[in-house]
Design a protein. Structure first.
Length: 134
């Protein structure tokens, strides 16, 4: 006689099957866990360090998984920015002059987080150097 119970709405539900007849496998595991929570860091303002751009290292290391699972994948994106490696917790990127919204999604190997955002603002407030007149 089949036994069934819907646990899809129960966060972190544990399943144990111990029936030993008719080919039922003993198993134990999590039915569904909670998704991880991405943290893209706070807003930052940078001074231009190259023509019309600045380099910054972002920090997603405060992203967490409520189930205690390890964060397996980081996916960073930002329009107009370029990253050395957009799949690590602390990527380095080059950001254009102005404000750029950076997005981060993390994954624990099973579930993905919602999108976390931060704003990187690059300003050019340092006047150019003029050569001395002779």
């Amino acid at each position: 006689m089949p036994i069934s119970q819907d646990l899809s709405a129960t966060p972190n539900a544990r399943l144990k099957i111990r029936a030993l007849k008719n080919g039922i496998v003993m198993t134990e595991g999590t039915i569904n866990g909670a998704p991880p929570i991405a943290n893209a860091g706070g807003a930052r303002t940078l001074e231009c360090s190259a023509p019309r751009s600045a380099v910054a290292t972002l920090d997603g290391s405060l992203s967490v998984d409520p189930d205690g699972d390890k964060i397996s994948f980081y996916t960073w994106s930002a329009p107009g920015a370029t990253f050395v490696d957009a799949t690590v917790a602390q990527p380095t990127g080059t950001f254009p002059l102005g404000s750029t919204t950076v997005s981060l999604v993390v994954n624990d190997g099973v579930l993905s987080s919602g999108t976390a955002t931060a704003t990187i603002t690059v300003r050019d407030t340092t006047p150019p150097c003029r050569p001395a007149r002779m």
